[in-house]
Design a protein around this ligand. Structure first.
Ligand code: HEM
Ligand code: HEM
Length: 423
C-alpha cells in the first residue's frame, strides 16, 4: 500500500483541472462554430480564429488523455469501490476519445474521403449534445456548495489509502443511516432539478439535430431542402424542368443542407433580377429571368460536400454547363480566371479557366426538379461538385472573366485555396 509514488492524487487533480478548463473552452468555441449567426460576426473574420483555437485546444485535450494513460491503472484501482465514479470515468473517457478522434478527422478533412468527415461530424455533434449536458451536470453537482457543509472538506482526488476510502464510504453510509430519510433530500432535489433543466434545455435542439442529420430520413422535404412553396424569392415563372430532372434520375438527394450565410439572406424578384457575363469576353451579355430560363439546360446527378463535414448525396441539378456559357461569350486571349459574384453583394470566388471548363461545373436553376430555394442559393447558384461547397457560389448573378487571380471571400478568411475534395 505504501508502494505508491507521492503526488499521485495531485497529478490526478491537476489533470482533472486542466481538462475541465480545456473542455469548457472547447465547448464554447465548438458551439460558436456550429452556430450559423457567428459566421457573420466581424464580417466573417471571426470564424477561422475560433476554429484555430478549437483545434489547438482539441490537440491539447489529446495530450491530456495521453498523460492520463499511465495513471489510469492506479486510478481505476483507487475507485474500484465506487461504481458511480467508475461509470463517470468510462463515460467521460468515451466522450473525450470520441471528440478527439472525430475532431482530428474534421480538422484533417482533406486527407479523408467525404464519408469519413460526414460520420465524424455526426459523432462530434452527438457527443456534444449528450456530453455537454452530462458534464455540466457533473460539474455543478460536484461543486463544493452542492455538498453538505460537513462533506465539503473531503477531497476525492487526494492520495487515498484503502483505509481512507473505506472511512469515506463509511462516513457516507453513517450519514445516510443517522439522518431521518425524507422522500427526497436537498441534494437530490437540486440534482434532479438540474438534470431536468438540462434535459429540457438540450432536448429540443438535440431532436432538431437528430431529424436533420440522419440523412433527411425524418424530414418531410427530400434532400433536406425547405419546401419551395415558402421560397422568399419572387421569380416568375418557374423554369419547366426536363424529364430527367422531374424523375430525379438519381432517386433524389440524400442528406441535409445546412444553411450558412454571412449576410442577411437576400431576396430576389424576377422583375429586377438579371444575370451578367462580362470582363474579358468578346460578347458581354445581360439576361433577364425569362431569357435566362429560356436557355438550353442539362441535368447532372452529383454529391455536394461542405468543408465543415456534412454532405448531401445524389443531387439532381439542372442548369447550364458553365463551359457552354463561356463558349458562347467568347473568351479574349488574356482571360485566365473566372470570377463569380453572389447577389448578396459580398461573396465572390474564382476558378481557373481549366477548372471552370470541367464537364460538371454548372450554373444551376433546379434541384431535384424544383426551383432552388432562396436559402440554398436560388434562384441561380454555381455547382462545382468536385470541390468543397464554398466554391459553389450562391445567388450567382454575375460572371466576370479576369486576367489575374482573385482570392475568394472564404479563402481570404483562412480557407484553403485548394478546395478539391479527396475522392
Ligand atoms: C469538449 C470537447 C469538444 C466539444 C464540445 C466540441 C464541439 C464542437 C462543435 C459543437 C463543433 C461544430 C460542429 C458543427 O458544425 O456541427 C465542432 C467542430 C469541430 N471540432 Fe470540436 N469539440 C470538442 C473537441 C474537439 C477536439 C478534441 C478536436 C480535435 C482536434 C475538435 C475539432 C473540431 C473541428 C476540426 C471542427 C470543425 C470546425 C469547422 O470547420 O466547422 N473538437 N466541435
Ligand atoms: C470533461 C470532463 C470533466 C469535467 C469538465 C469535470 C469538471 C468538474 C468540476 C467543474 C468539478 C467541481 C470542482 C470543484 O468544486 O472544485 C468537478 C468535481 C469532481 N470531478 Fe470532475 N470533471 C470531469 C471529469 C471527471 C472524471 C472523469 C472524474 C473521475 C472519475 C471526475 C471526478 C470528479 C470528482 C471526484 C469531483 C469532486 C472533487 C472534489 O470534491 O474535490 N471528474 N469536476
Amino acid at each position: 500500500m505504501s508502494k505508491r509514488k507521492p503526488g499521485f492524487g495531485k497529478q490526478l487533480a491537476d489533470l482533472h483541472r486542466w481538462n475541465g478548463w480545456i473542455v469548457l473552452i472547447l465547448t464554447i468555441s465548438g458551439l460558436l462554430l456550429a452556430w450559423d449567426v457567428v459566421r457573420g460576426w466581424l464580417n466573417g473574420e471571426a470564424r477561422n480564429p475560433i476554429k484555430q483555437l478549437h483545434i489547438i485546444l482539441g490537440v491539447l485535450s489529446g495530450v491530456l488523455i495521453l498523460l492520463y494513460v499511465p495513471l489510469m491503472k492506479r486510478h481505476l484501482k483507487q475507485i474500484r469501490q465506487r461504481p458511480k465514479q467508475k461509470g463517470n470515468l468510462s463515460f467521460v473517457m468515451v466522450l473525450l476519445v470520441g471528440w478527439f478522434l472525430s475532431g482530428i478527422v474534421l480538422w484533417q478533412i482533406r486527407r479523408f474521403p467525404p464519408e469519413w468527415a460526414n460520420g465524424a461530424l455526426i459523432v462530434h455533434d452527438l457527443l456534444t449534445w449528450i456530453g455537454v449536458p452530462y458534464i455540466i451536470y457533473h460539474s455543478v453537482t460536484r461543486i463544493r456548495w452542492m455538498k453538505k457543509p460537513e462533506r465539503r472538506s473531503i477531497k476525492t482526488f487526494e492520495d487515498h489509502t484503502d483505509n481512507s476510502i473505506a472511512s469515506t464510504v463509511a462516513a457516507h453510509s453513517n450519514r445516510e443511516f443517522s439522518e431521518p430519510t425524507p422522500w427526497i433530500n436537498r441534494k437530490q432535489f437540486l440534482k434532479w432539478s438540474l438534470g431536468a433543466a438540462l434535459a429540457v434545455a438540450a432536448a429540443p435542439s438535440f431532436f432538431r439535430w437528430l431529424t436533420t442529420s440522419t440523412g433527411g430520413a425524418l424530414t418531410s422535404t427530400p434532400g433536406g431542402m425547405k419546401d419551395v412553396s415558402d421560397n422568399a424569392n419572387l421569380m416568375i415563372p418557374d423554369p419547366t424542368p426536363l424529364p430527367d430532372s422531374v424523375n430525379v434520375v438519381g432517386g433524389g438527394a440524400k442528406g441535409y443542407f445546412r444553411v450558412y450565410t454571412v449576410t442577411p439572406l437576400p431576396t430576389f424578384d424576377s422583375k429586377t433580377w438579371s444575370f451578367t457575363i462580362d470582363g474579358l469576353v468578346d460578347k458581354p451579355s445581360l439576361w433577364n429571368w425569362e431569357q435566362f430560363i429560356g436557355m438550353a439546360r442539362t441535368v447532372q446527378v452529383s454529391d455536394f460536400h461542405c468543408v465543415t463535414g456534412w454532405s448531401v448525396y445524389k443531387n439532381t441539378w439542372e442548369g447550364i454547363p458553365l463551359s457552354t456559357l463561356l463558349r458562347q461569350a467568347g473568351l479574349k486571349s488574356n482571360a485566365r480566371f473566372v470570377k463569380f459574384y453572389s447577389g448578396d453583394e459580398v461573396y465572390t470566388d474564382t476558378l481557373t479557366l481549366e477548372q471552370a471548363n470541367m464537364d460538371d461545373v454548372m450554373v444551376a436553376v433546379l434541384h431535384d426538379g424544383k426551383p432552388i430555394h432562396r436559402d440554398y442559393g436560388g434562384p441561380v447558384r454555381l455547382i462545382v461538385p468536385q470541390m468543397y461547397a464554398y466554391k459553389s457560389v450562391k445567388w450567382l448573378d454575375r460572371i466576370e472573366l479576369i486576367d489575374k487571380d482573385h482570392i475568394g471571400y472564404w479563402e481570404v478568411r483562412g480557407y484553403d485555396t485548394d478546395a478539391w475534395v479527396k475522392t
